[in-house]
Design a protein around this ligand. Structure first.
Ligand SMILES: NC(=O)c1ccc[n+]([C@@H]2O[C@H](COP(=O)([O-])OP(=O)(O)OC[C@H]3O[C@@H](n4cnc5c(N)ncnc54)[C@H](O)[C@@H]3O)[C@@H](O)[C@H]2O)c1
Length: 383
């Protein structure tokens, strides 16, 4: 089958830049897709980051430390941009103004003001596809939950709990990096880093919080700096948000956790939705297991656990009994982005990547959370 090549440039060749390139390199994993991403340009301010790409990819035509070189290249149609948060505003705006499709990274602007400026430019360029990375909804168990919400199976929602838990920062010897500095990561701290992952699905389901009560904490206040001397960690380590949601004529609590210091949790993303007729729970801690409970009045309250195979949004070559992992979720997310780029409203399956509008609504929640913690108050979400 002749495949339509989507020629990509990558700006920011660090942790996530490599994840995308690796997904592109194993595109053959996916079945029956008539499009394929091809990496033709790479850009990083640190030239040492380009070597891995050079060693592993044929067909790279532009290598640069200046991202404008990718934007000026006629060979490049789309950009993946994975840079520190303080750079999102300028670089995303320049990418969209150059007419390149953009897969961006969260939090999609270091703060709400930056996010709004990016949204203004995105809205002025409707032909440019802009989406934001959020891969966890592509885990098979989560796809099943998305389907159950779409089918209205939950009855009245009782409560939603969603979280993203990391633990490597428990080690005070871990060196400081840009994610612990307000200037580069932003005032939101852990919420800006992990919050879109947690809010993406609730927002997709129409569960925008009306208000929030936030508890934020700083736990490790100093880490070894580049010279080995203690350097101040300025950002929030942990955040718990208690939100009130009004949807479909009912109100329910939604508890959101974003934590960098959750002892023992390496990269645990979870969602639990409790309803009067159906409840469901998925955590990457048990990546193949979906827990659900169907309830009819007077009936048994019995949870069931189902081990799932790898079936996600896009069919792949993996046998039906084998389990799914993080890099599979990245591959599936990229299939959704490329599918939408090529087929727009006629995507092969209906689950789109996170939209700029969803990032704006997540900024509203995080901004309200900062105010809530500062003034120890219930803060309204939005203007
Ligand atoms: N989707 C996810 O699961 C996920 C996971 C981690 C990080 N992220 C997001 O990805 C983005 C990047 O994070 P990361 O962990 O890959 O960071 P990283 O530090 O590993 O990589 C960032 C790269 O950007 C480069 N860079 C800095 N300034 C630049 C410039 N002006 N031009 C070009 N390159 C420049 C750096 O040299 C570095 O190599 C952030 O927005 C972060 O929140 C997403």
């Amino acid at each position: 089958m002749a495949k339509r090549e989507i020629k990509f440039g990558i700006i920011g060749c660090g942790l996530m830049g490599r994840e995308f390139a690796s997904a592109a390199a194993r595109w053959c994993h996916l079945l029956n897709l008539d499009f394929v991403p091809k990496i033709v340009g790479i850009c990083d301010a640190n030239p040492a980051m380009l070597g891995w790409f050079r060693d592993n990819f044929d067909g790279i035509k532009v290598e640069t430390a200046d991202y404008h070189d990718l934007l000026n290249s006629k060979d490049i149609e789309a950009i993946y941009c994975a840079v520190p948060h303080n750079l999102h505003e300028q670089i995303y705006i320049d990418i969209v103004k150059a007419g390149k499709h953009l897969m961006a990274e969260k939090p999609f602007g270091i703060d709400r003001e930056a996010n709004r400026k990016i949204l203004d430019v995105v809205n002025a360029h409707p032909d440019v596809l802009v989406r934001c990375s959020s891969e966890f909804p592509f885990f098979p168990g989560v796809q099943r939950i998305v389907k159950a919400v779409g089918e209205g199976r939950f009855g009245r929602i009782i409560e939603v709990q969603a979280g993203f838990l990391h633990s490597s920062d428990l080690d005070p010897r871990k060196p400081i990096n840009w994610k612990r500095r307000v200037a580069t990561n932003g005032e939101y701290g852990c919420m800006g880093d992990l919050g879109l992952h947690v809010l993406h699905l609730p927002l997709r389901f129409g569960w925008q919080p009306e208000n929030v009560r936030a508890l934020l904490s700083k736990i490790v206040t100093e880490r070894p700096g580049p010279d080995g001397k203690p350097a101040a960690c300025e950002t929030w380590d942990n955040a718990t948000l208690a939100c009130e949601v009004s949807s479909g004529g009912s109100r329910f609590p939604m508890i959101l956790e974003t934590k960098r210091i959750a002892p023992g949790e390496t990269n645990t993303w979870y969602i639990r939705i409790y309803g009067t007729e159906f409840s469901a729970e998925f955590s990457t801690k048990y990546p193949k297991t979906l827990r659900t409970m169907t309830y009819t009045p007077g009936g048994a309250q019995a949870w069931q656990s189902e081990d799932l195979g790898p079936a996600s949004a896009y069919p792949g070559i993996t046998g039906g009994i084998f389990e799914f992992g993080f890099s599979d979720s990245i591959l599936q997310m990229w299939a959704a982005f490329c599918d939408e780029l090529v087929n727009r409203d006629n995507m092969r399956q209906p689950f789109r990547c996170a939209t700029p509008e969803e990032t704006a609504r997540h900024h509203d929640v995080l901004t309200a959370a900062l105010a809530s913690h500062e003034y120890r108050q219930v803060s309204a979400v939005g203007d």
